[in-house]
Structure formats: structure tokens, C-alpha cells
Design a protein around this ligand. Structure first.
Ligand code: FES
Length: 233
């Protein structure tokens, strides 16, 4: 983990029509899938806290920051970047069939996983028409309703979720798991929750789980093994 300087050089729209930002920075600063940077605009007096940024894709010398992007950031805004932070997705080698699941307001944080698989299918509560004309998604990406997810668990070699913390209790039902909570494929979830200090001040805001099983999303996540999340529910 280090400190870097970045610059916003372009705004784009994500697959679901939300604002993303292309940020130039040293290659070492670009977060791996599921990792994040804490970004702070020192000239922005209205946003004193750092913003957690995830990559939605990258090119040499820059990456696209997934939504949300603070409304006060402009083209040319200079950013102090700290990171990359946290544990990202850890895929078991080459993936043939990848299932992506988004329960939040963007699928952008999962997009960097697409090049790592031969086939991919997305499961979302959003209407498929929302994504049908997006230039950010490969034509081969199947878009499916969440209700089809339980049947797809036997097709998938790996399951990656983008999961807001408040929706974690829904996970067993969403996956259609029986009482033994057996999962037929490896699965990891990016838990979306505020991580204001990135582990620097031990603020505890990003706590996941209960009692002795509490873990900090900022340092022990934000990507967790789904088996562990299910065990701690
Ligand atoms: S964000 Fe402060 S401890 Fe995790």
C-alpha cells in the first residue's frame, strides 16, 4: 500500500448509465478486481472524507473508477490515492463458466473479472433492457433474472457477487440453498459498505458479521468467501 497522485481525464457512463471517471495514475496504483483505493481531492472543501474507488476496467496508465463518483469532482481534478487496499477476488485459475451477481446499484465493480473467463452470465434484478445497448458489455454476456441463479450454480465454475452489506441476510434464499447451505461451486462476494478509514484508524464502521465473527471489510475484505459469510449468518 502506497500513496499516489491521480488525475481525472474523462467521464463516461457505466453499463447502467451512471457516471464513471477515467483516472490516470501509476500502474502500481490500479486496484485489482475487488480491491479499492481511498481517493481524496485536496482542493475539494465540500468532500473532506476520502472516497473508496473500485476499478471497472483499466488501460496502461489509467483505470475507470466505478460509480459512485462524487458530484464535485471535475475534469482535471487532482486526487491523492492511497492503496490498493483490501483483499480482492481470488479466482482458482482459468474459469470456463463465470456467474456474476449484482444486488447493488452497479455491476461495474465486477466487470474486470470478465476477461478471466471463457463464458459469463450476469444475474441481476435490473431489467435486461437496461444493459442491452451498453458498449461496455460483451455481446456474449447473458443477462438473467435473479430468480434463475439457483439453477445456474451447477453450470458455474465460479460465482462472484457484488453484495451491499444490508442484503447479506438474503444470501441463502437468493442462492436457493437447502438447510445445509451446500454450495456447488466456489463463490466470493464483494461486500459493499462504507470504508472511511481503510483500516488506518480502526474505526470499525466496515464491520461484517456478529460477535466473535466480526471482520473488517476494509482489511479482511471487501471480498470474502461466501462459505464463510454463510457460516457467520
Ligand atoms: S473502514 Fe475503518 S476500520 Fe474499516
Amino acid at each position: 500500500m502506497q500513496n499516489y497522485v491521480g488525475n481525472i481525464i474523462e467521464f463516461q457512463l457505466s453499463a447502467e448509465g451512471r457516471k464513471t471517471a477515467r483516472i490516470t495514475c501509476p500502474p502500481k496504483a490500479i486496484p485489482a478486481p475487488g480491491q479499492y483505493l481511498l481517493a481524496h481531492a485536496p482542493d475539494d472543501a465540500d468532500a473532506p472524507l476520502a472516497e473508496g474507488l473500485f476499478s471497472a476496467g483499466h488501460a496502461p496508465g489509467s483505470f475507470i473508477a466505478a460509480p459512485p463518483i462524487p458530484p464535485t469532482w471535475q475534469l482535471g481534478t487532482s486526487l491523492h490515492l492511497r492503496g490498493p487496499l483490501g483483499k480482492g477476488f481470488r479466482l482458482p485459475g482459468t474459469i470456463r463458466n463465470l456467474a456474476l451477481v449484482t444486488l447493488g446499484d452497479t455491476l461495474s465493480r465486477l466487470l474486470p473479472l470478465l476477461p478471466l473467463a471463457d463464458n459469463a452470465a450476469l444475474f441481476t434484478a435490473a431489467p435486461s433492457s437496461l444493459f442491452s445497448s451498453s458498449p461496455f458489455l460483451p455481446l456474449a454476456l447473458e443477462i438473467n433474472p435473479l430468480a434463475d441463479l439457483p439453477a445456474a450454480l451447477r453450470w458455474a465454475d465460479f460465482l462472484a457477487l457484488d453484495l451491499p452489506l444490508e442484503r447479506l441476510p438474503e444470501l441463502p434464499k437468493l442462492l436457493g440453498l437447502a438447510n445445509d447451505r451446500y454450495l456447488p461451486c466456489p463463490a466470493q462476494a464483494l461486500i459493499v459498505t462504507p470504508m472511511p478509514c481503510g483500516g488506518l484508524a480502526d474505526c470499525g464502521v466496515c464491520a461484517v458479521g456478529r460477535g466473535q465473527n466480526v471482520r473488517l471489510a476494509c482489511t479482511e475484505g471487501p471480498v470474502f468467501e461466501v462459505k464463510e459469510l454463510l457460516r457467520d449468518l
